[in-house]
Ligand binder design. Structure first.
Ligand code: ZN
Length: 251
């Protein structure tokens, strides 16, 4: 891995499968990076087609909006608010998540994603537990096609990573994913990122921006509920033979 480990400011792209993964998983980390002078972009791969006709997906029905296009507009507006409050630049790709039954063209996705990643000195990918199909798809696609001169690290995906079944798996088998190990030719070293109370507070405030999403995420419509959940410990991993850049120091 070849990030600049002397200065702490970097250009970092967080790859977010859906419109909340980056903030859920790395909200405090992104806040710390921006505070330290890094330029952070969150690119959401399955941000939804803003021109889509028809009814909302089952996931989006509780919002009470009439059309899929209205849902996409509402979700992007929430994401802009959440990421904006952290000083992170949003990029949205117009692809549908797996709540929609549409054929997926990896070439079309890569066509839009590759130029965003090409700007980065470091790319952060979903890394564990990779239980959601869209997350696996995203990491698999990037690892298969990314220019290997761009270093990649991996993040623990919230809220999946703190669920009891994941915690038990981590204890028994570690946070190892066979596909990542195969793609990199080595295992990962996981660690908790160093953030402070202000970073965590900024994360919780940002999460409250996803007002239409909170009930579906299990927060019972109470933004204050996010503080009680296991979202405090943000995890990153680097290839075992490499080391983390100074901007992403170990806690
Ligand atoms: Zn997701």
């Amino acid at each position: 891995m070849t990030p600049d480990t002397h200065g702490s400011a970097m250009s970092i792209v967080v790859v977010s499968p859906h419109l909340d993964d980056a903030v859920l998983s790395l909200g405090a980390t992104m806040h710390r990076l921006v505070a330290d002078g890094s330029a952070v972009t969150a690119v959401t791969v399955f941000a939804g087609d803003p021109d889509r006709d028809g009814a909302p997906s089952a996931w989006d029905v509780p919002r009470g909006l009439a059309t899929a296009a209205e849902v996409v507009a509402a979700r992007r507006a929430e994401d802009a608010t959440a990421l904006g409050s952290l000083g992170v630049r949003p990029v949205w790709l117009p692809f549908d998540d797996d709540a929609h039954l549409v054929a997926r063209d990896p070439d079309a996705i890569w066509h839009d994603l590759e130029p965003v990643l090409a700007e980065a000195q470091l790319v952060l990918l979903p890394g564990w537990p990779l239980v959601h199909g869209d997350h696996r798809y995203t990491t698999r696609l990037v690892l298969a096609r990314i220019d290997r001169r761009i270093p990649a690290m991996f993040y623990g995906e919230m809220p999946y990573a703190w669920k009891p079944v994941s915690a038990a798996r981590a204890l028994l088998r570690g946070r190892s994913n066979g596909e990542i190990v195969h793609a990199l030719g080595e295992d990962l070293t996981w660690y908790a990122v160093r953030v402070n109370a202000a970073d965590l507070s900024a994360k919780y405030d940002a999460l409250a921006g996803y007002v239409g999403e909170l009930p579906a995420l299990g927060f019972d419509g109470r933004p204050s509920g996010v503080r009680s959940l296991g979202l405090r410990r943000e995890m990153l991993a680097h290839p075992a033979s490499a080391h983390a850049p100074q901007a992403l120091a170990r806690r």
